[in-house]
Design a protein around this ligand. Structure first.
Ligand SMILES: [Zn+2]
Ligand SMILES: [Zn+2]
Length: 185
């Protein structure tokens, strides 16, 4: 088992001393913590330092501490079709077991209790990221941008660039253009 240190100044590192050494078997953790850096995807996420609301129950079980409940936060990002600024809210379920030192599978993925503390960052990050849409939209039927000029089609649904020329007629159109071209040519 590799030794791991937790930064006790990190607000996401929570003491479970009372659960491990006190009489109670569970505590409710209801607080807002500042979002860590990079909580989300490049197109949609929780801004750094924005509040993440936790409603988590910590329970003492034989293997360690079971953390379960929900996490929620406001999201900001960009519509994947029209690139408009969008806001949304994510509410994610979380259920993770933090092992007593020496328990668990003994690999890197184990969440451990270290010096009577647990670090909530990774499970909260994982729970939120899984629930983010891969292609966020400003609305379900967003029309996106014109592929020719980039105009926002939501503002101008009838936008077009005239009849597209059928490739079979393109040669003919060229011929007409040549015939009517510059007389000096
Ligand atoms: Zn859009
Ligand atoms: Zn256009």
């Amino acid at each position: 088992m590799n030794a791991r240190n937790l930064d006790l100044r990190d607000p996401w590192v929570v003491s479970v001393h009372r659960l491990l050494h006190g009489s109670g078997e569970q505590v409710a953790l209801t607080e807002s913590l500042p979002a860590p850096e990079g909580l989300g995807s490049p197109v949609l996420g929780v801004p750094e330092e924005a509040p993440v609301d936790l409603r988590i129950r910590l329970e003492s079980v034989s293997e360690g501490i079971l953390a379960s409940g929900t996490v929620s936060a406001e999201l900001v990002g960009q519509c994947s079709r029209c690139l408009a600024y969008i806001t949304d809210r994510v509410v994610s379920d979380i259920q993770e077991l933090y092992f007593h030192p020496g328990r668990g599978a003994g690999d890197e993925e184990d969440l451990l209790i270290v010096d009577d503390h647990i670090d909530l960052t990774r499970p909260v990050r994982d729970a939120i990221i899984v629930d983010l849409p891969f292609s966020p939209l400003c609305r379900e039927d967003c029309l996106g941008l014109c592929p020719s000029c980039g105009a926002d089609l939501n503002d101008d649904p009838d936008h077009d660039h005239g009849q597209a020329i059928d490739p079979r007629w393109a040669k003919l159109a060229e011929g007409i253009d040549l015939a009517g071209g510059d007389p000096d040519n």
